[in-house]
Design a protein around this ligand. Sequence first.
Ligand SMILES: Nc1nc2c(ncn2[C@@H]2O[C@H](COP(=O)(O)OP(=O)(O)OP(=O)(O)O)[C@@H](O)[C@H]2O)c(=O)[nH]1
Ligand SMILES: [Mg+2]
Length: 409
Amino acid sequence: MIVKKFQALTETEAVIKAQEELGSGAVVLNVKTLKQRGIFRLFKKDIVEITAALEEKDFVQNISQNKPRFQNNIGINSHSINIVADEKLDAGTKSEMLEVKLDSLHNSLRNQLEKETDFEKAINEVTYSKQEEKKVVREKENNNFKFLQLIYQKLIDNDVDEKFANMIISEIEGSLKKESNIDSLLAGVYQKIILKLGEPKPIVLGKKTKVAFFIGPTGVGKTTTIAKIASTFKLEHQTKVAFITADTYRIAAVEQLNTYASIIDCPVDVVYSADEIVDCLKLYESYDLILVDTAGRTHKNEEQMTEIIDLLQKAANTKDLYDIEVFLTLSITTKYKDLVKITEAYKDVQEYKIIFTKLDETCCLGNILNLKLLTNAPLSYTTSGQNVPTDIEVINEQSLAKQLLGGND
Ligand SMILES: Nc1nc2c(ncn2[C@@H]2O[C@H](COP(=O)(O)OP(=O)(O)OP(=O)(O)O)[C@@H](O)[C@H]2O)c(=O)[nH]1
Ligand SMILES: [Mg+2]
C-alpha cells in the first residue's frame, strides 16, 4: 500500500492533488487542519492535510513506463520493484564487499526506514494483518526500493550525473534477488561501480623508451603532475627521466619545469614547434621515461587545439621507436558540462588516459565516474595537493567507489 500526505488550502484541493499523483483509485484515510504558527498565522490561512492511500498494484498501473526509474529526489512515492536474481555476485566478492565500511550510508538507509510514522505503521498493520505472508514480501520489496532510492541519492549528492546514476541502479535492479538485504544491495552497487571505473592504467615502463604527453586545459596541474611522476620514478625505481616542454606560451612556464628538473636532477629541453619534437625525442632515446609538458589549452580555441593535435601526430610517427602515451589532465573541480565540452575538443586525440587533479578541493568525486562512462578512456592517476612528489596516487577504485556511496575511504 502507498500512503502519502497532501496539503492544500481546502480539502477538495488536497483530494485533487492526491488523485493527480496516485490516480482515481486513491482513498482518503485521514483529514487534518494544520494551524499556522507564529506571526504568520495573522496573514496566512490554515491548511488542510489529507492522508491518502492506494494499493501498489494500482499505482504501478498508473506510472508511465517511459519515466526514468528515479528522480533526483528521495521523497518520491515508493512502489514495488521486480528484483530477480543475484548470480552475478560470487561468494568471495560478496564477503569482501560486506567488509567494506560503508557505515554512513548503511546508517542513513536504516534511519530512513525507521522514519515511517506510527500512523502509517498502524495502517499497514490493519491492511496486512490478514495476509501475513503477503505483508512480509511487500515490505521486503518496499525496503529494496527505499535502499536503491537512497543509494541513487548518494550518487547524485556526489555529482554522479543523473543519467549514469539511473543506469547503475537499473542494472542492479535487474540482477538482485527478491529478498535482497541492505548488504547485498550495497555490495552489488559497490561492485558495479568498481567494474565501471575499470582497471587503472598508470605509466608502466617497458622495453621501449616511454614517452608520456600531458595535455589539458590551463592551470589544471599538468606541470605539477609531471614533477610528481618524475620524482616518484626517480626515487622509487631509479628511472632515467627527461623532460621536454612544448609550453613556450606562458611566461615562466619553462622556468617552472626547470626548477623541478634541477631538484629532481634530470635534463629539460624545449620545443618551439611541432616539427622539432622528433629530433628532441631522439636526444633522449637512451632514457627510460620522457615526460612532455604542453601549454594549457582552452578547448574553445580551435587554433590552439590544432597545434596540440599536430604535436601529437608528429610524435606518433615515431611509435616504432618509442612507447607513446597521452594523459588528458583534468581538474575534478570543473563542472561536468564543461568536462563534456573539453573531451569533445580532444576527440581527435586517439587513446588518451585520464588524470584527475585537485581531489583535495572537493568532496564530490562523481566526475571521475562520469568521465569514465562518457569517454571510456582508462583512468590513471589522481592528485590531491600541491606537494611534490607525495600528493599523487594511481587511481584507487575501491576507495573511490566507497566515497561515491557516501562511505569514508
Ligand atoms: N589543490 C591542488 N592544487 C594543485 C594540484 N595540482 C596542481 N595544483 C596547483 O595548481 C596550480 C597550477 O598547477 P600547474 O602544474 O602549473 O598547472 P598547469 O596545468 O601546468 O598550468 P598551465 O601550464 O598554465 O596550463 C599550481 O598552483 C599547483 O600547485 C592538486 O592536486 N591540488
Ligand atoms: Mg604547465
